[in-house]
Design a protein around this ligand. Sequence first.
Ligand code: C2E
Ligand code: MG
Ligand code: MG
Length: 430
Amino acid sequence: MTSLPNRIFLSERMRQEIARARRGDRRFALHMIDLDGFKGVNDVMGHSIGDHLLAAVAARLLTIKRYGYVVARLGGDEFAVLQTNLSDNEAAAGLAIEICALLRAPVVLDGKRATVTASVGTAIHPADGANNEDLLRHADCAMYKAKGDGGDRHQFYAADMNLRAQQAAALDAALRLAIERDEFVLHYQPQIRLDSGETIGMEALVRGRKPDGSLVSPPGFLPRAEENGLILAISELVLRNACQQAAAWRRAGLPVLRMSVNLSPNQFRGQTLPLRVAQILNETKLDPRLLELELTENVLMHDIDQVIVQLQQLSDLGVTISIDDFGTGFSSLSYVKRLPVDRLKIDQSFIRDVVSDTSDRAIVAAIVTLAHSLRMEVVAEGVETIEQLEYVRGAGCDAVQGYYCGRPMAAAQFEDFIARDRHVAATAIG
Ligand code: C2E
Ligand code: MG
Ligand code: MG
């Protein structure tokens, strides 16, 4: 269909170039090219348009061909260019950029416009590989990095890319296993009311457990879980376990405490969140008023109307809703007004220097005024010192969460904490 040579031909020519490079000081570049979104074109516009598009891509790639170069089709929507007689790496980058630009232009077929872009990964012989196998693998690795960064770009292979790819794969496997075995651990951090000094609730904070028993904090695995989609399974475990724990503490006669659970923006995608929350509340027999869901402002960035519908449904269940890390995102205040939000949690970055920094003070004061006029409560996060606590109390915050009152702790320690609570409350309030 494209009449380009195949992988076997490319491999043969690479072997010749490697032999030549051995005799003299010569370099060549292998560019791996993969179309972005080609499957979509095939699915939406049909296979015959897809075939025409591949033929058009092949024709465009042939325009860059110079003496000694090979343009090959490796299969599907994957192509490769062997760039011989390479003067320097800039020449390789130049060609890769040219390939991206060439393929970006739309193709008109049958009166229909089809556009795809390409991800190009480049490996250079001898620096990035001594043999065909390494060069192909490394160019592929770079190509996946380009695609992972959004496509329509090129990427040189870098030695640590392989290592990072291996580490990511190992983390994926560990996360899958941990999900299967329900091995995540929850720690609980108390939230204290500033007028009475009582503990009113706790935030459930997830930790991963390594085989040696040590714990991994969220930044070590949540970003990857967001990328590979495992965040949905992890969130479900966290939500269920937190609800189970809250219900068990209630049955054991602990004071009435509200359990806060963090949500990922991903959980709002499928519109099944309110239903899942209702089911889990039902299974664990937790009073919905004892559950609080924390969302960050980025949730509000995409498809705000869908998010509002779901938040309203959650609110109708009786669940409390709070906005976490408030002040760090880009949420517009007019959205905040439209949301069924009960509490704003001021991000720790504004609390850290609140005692000395006048702009932080102004921000805290503004958030308190905003929240109270919209009938929302304000929680100051990351309070570490008595000075910070006194300041935010004076500024009108309703509650605090932070190391000063209590670090995140395992369930058993949290029980001890609640038992000692009267004492803690007395010192917290001074
Ligand atoms: P976050 O929801 O803002 O949680 C507060 C973070 O601040 C926690 O970090 C807590 O340990 C830390 N912190 C609390 N008080 C203080 C303090 O006084 N000083 C300082 N320096 N830090 C304090 P952690 O446990 O590492 O969690 C980090 C983030 O990971 C959380 O930030 C939250 O965004 C996310 N996360 C944690 N658990 C979950 C979860 O189950 N699901 C989701 N989607 N995200 C989670
Ligand atoms: Mg939180
Ligand atoms: Mg926070």
